[in-house]
Design a protein around this ligand. Sequence first.
Ligand SMILES: [Zn+2]
Length: 382
Amino acid sequence: MVSEVTKYLSETIGERRAGTEADKKATEYIARKMKEIGLEVEIQKFKFLGWEMTRRPMLELVEPQQKELPSGVFMFSESTPEGGITGKLEYIGIMPFIPKLFEWPKYAVVDDAGNHLGYIIGHIDGPAINFTLMEIGKTYGCAPYIMTDQETHEYFQEKLAAGEEIRVRIDTAGKLVPGLETQNVIGTLRGSALPDEEIIVCAHHDSTYESHGANDNASGVDAVLRVAKNLIEKGGTKKTVKFITFAAEEYLFFGSYYYVKTLKEKDPSSIARIKNVVNLDMVGVGEYLWVWVAPDSFRHQVDEALKESIKDEFDIQWNPELLPASDHWPFFEQGIPSVMLIFWPHEQYHLSTDMITEIDDDKIEKTAKAATAIAERLAGVN
Ligand SMILES: [Zn+2]
C-alpha cells in the first residue's frame, strides 16, 4: 500500500524547503486534508531569514593526490571566493551540532600564516548529507563550511596520524534571503469536556535541501492526519487536540519556536493550557521505533499506550532524554512533557534519495495507531 499523503508531498510536490512555492503548495494541500477530515483549520503565516545555495559545494583533495571527494551543503555557510580556498588540513576536534546526537569531527583548512580559511565536517557514520549550521554567528563565527562523508573522515584521520600532510580545496557559496514567508498549519479538534486543556500532535512539513523528504517528514504529516481521522472516528475527545504541521523545522525548528513564542506573547497563560506534545518525525523507514520521552512520569503513560496499541510489532528503544532535534523542543523547553516517535536508522537521511520508494506504509500506519493511543490516553475519548 502506498500512502496517498506521503506520495503527494514527496512526489507530486517534491522538495519543499521552507519559503518556496512548493512549501506553500504543501501547506495548502495539508489544510485541505485537515478540513476534509473535519478539523477547524487555521493558517499561521510568518516571515523568516532564509538561506539559499548559489554554488554547489565542492571538496577536492590536492595533496597527496588530486581527487574530488564527497561534499554536502551547510545552510548558512559563508561563501568562499569563486574557485575556492586551498590550504593545509588540520583536525581541530568534535563539533556538537546537536549535543549527544550529532557530534561530528571538524577540520580546518589553514593557510601558510595559520589562519582558518574554512571548515570541513565529517559525517561520522554516513554519507555527505546536507545540514544546517545552528551555531554560526554565535559561538563559531561566520566561515565557509562543507560536509563530507565517513570514508573521507577516516582517510583524513589515517593520513594525519601517519604524519602526512594533506592539502585540500573547498568551494561553496550561498546567500541570506530575508523576508521569506512560510506557514504553520493548525487543525483543531475541540474538546467536549475540557476544551481549555490541549494536547498537540505535530510533525513538520518542510524538507531539507535537494530532498524529496518522503520519510523526513511527509511520513510524519501523513501519520498526524491519520491520528486526527482516528480520533474523530472514535467520536472526538474530552480535551482539545491540536494537529499541527510546522514549517521551517529544517531551519532549526523555526516554525515551532514561532508558534510557542507568539503564543506566549499574546497570552502568557496559554502555554499552561498545553499539557503534552506528541511529535512525529520520520516514521516510514527504519529498523526500530525510537521513543524519545521526558520526563519519566510521562514515559509511563506512553509505555502503557504502546503496549495496548502496537505491542510486540516492533523493536522499541527508549531515549529517556529529549534533545533539541525536532519540533518537540520549543515546547519541552517550556516544561511541557513531550514525546517524539521516530523510526531509526534512516540511511537516506537528508539525502536526495529520501523517496517514496523507501517508504513502508505499515510503519506510518502503526505509528499513527500508537500516537492515537497516546493521544486517547492524554485527551480522553468521548
Ligand atoms: Zn525531520
